[in-house]
Design a protein around this ligand. Sequence first.
Ligand code: DHB
Length: 391
Amino acid sequence: MRTQVGIVGAGPAGLMLSHLLHQRGIDSVVIDLKTREDIEETIKAGVLEQGTTDLMNATGVGDRMRRDGFVHHGINLAFSGAIHRIDLYENSGGRAVTVYPQHEVLKDLIARRLADGGDIRFGISDTTVDGLTGDRPTISFVAEGQRQQLECDFVAGCDGSQTCTRFLMPEGTIRTDFFRQYPFAWFGILAEAPPSSDELIYAHSDRGFALISTRSPSVQRLYFQCDPATDPADWPDDRIWEEIAARVGTAGATIKTGKIFAKGVLQFRSYVCEPMQYGRLFLAGDAAHTVPPTGAKGLNLAIADVHVLDRALGAYYEARDTGLLEAYTQTVLKRVWRAQHFSWWMTSMLHRFAEATGFDLRRQIAELETITSSPSGSRLLAENYTGLPLT
Ligand code: DHB
């Protein structure tokens, strides 16, 4: 088999890249270890930046999102017993976020790729990649019991945080890893309940952080800070609702409870791999970087990466111009590090650290007061939360 761009991973980065390339007339084949059902049903993030929704709309995959997603013009920060709204729209020059689950974005992209005749191989195994430093790299994998060879011009490593493609870059000489582990995690639930708030609530409290988010008028997504070793089995529903109410209720929100049908613990880490290119391999999304979930940047960064990569590949195929490909790492890392900073900042402003003293808590409250009461503070948050424009 032969294609122009071999894409490892059918997540947001891989599928969006394949879709964007197709619109330029560039061929790709996408492979993934997971089945289509698994990809379409695994519940992950849910907040899309303005640039992500604009790109989906502009490239014809935004219909269901416009119908079923919720546009939010503000978020709430709860602290010191009160809720403070930040108007994202007013403070970002008319930008907003859309609450629309990641797996729905993936369903939309898969449906569109298949309708356009796209080639996606689900449920493959034993991937190996060779020849990255030459001009004909090959991806080899097993599909339906048979080993297949896929010869390409370029390989896109879009295989998420469990990546194998990142490790094709020699560590030490070529690849440098930047890593930070946080001493806490999020306990996340999905519940059949009405929304507790029209807009998201990010809550700082003496008991730690909590977040009220949503998925639909009848399904709610809520999180609270927990120890990374927490076992969901130790948390019956009543205990979860009491904990969330203790953290957010004190600020004046009334939490509407219901049947909890999913519980899980999300680990917190920041990671960046530099560079993001090695020979004919280009990494995008979580394969190259991970942010802690506070601020919901992960999926949006993946989309921003492939927006740059698509243009760079376009310039190559149009005019054999390699300039944008050579600049890929440098172009993309600017946004990646700004998102790392934003996610780290939101995390450190809102969470309770085990070693925190009275000084640290009061400093956090002062910071939250600056952000909510100063127009410059609110703008800083709103511009970053709704997302820097795609370059
Ligand atoms: C969600 C996740 C986030 O990390 C966040 O900051 C806001 C919302 C969510 O899953 O809904």
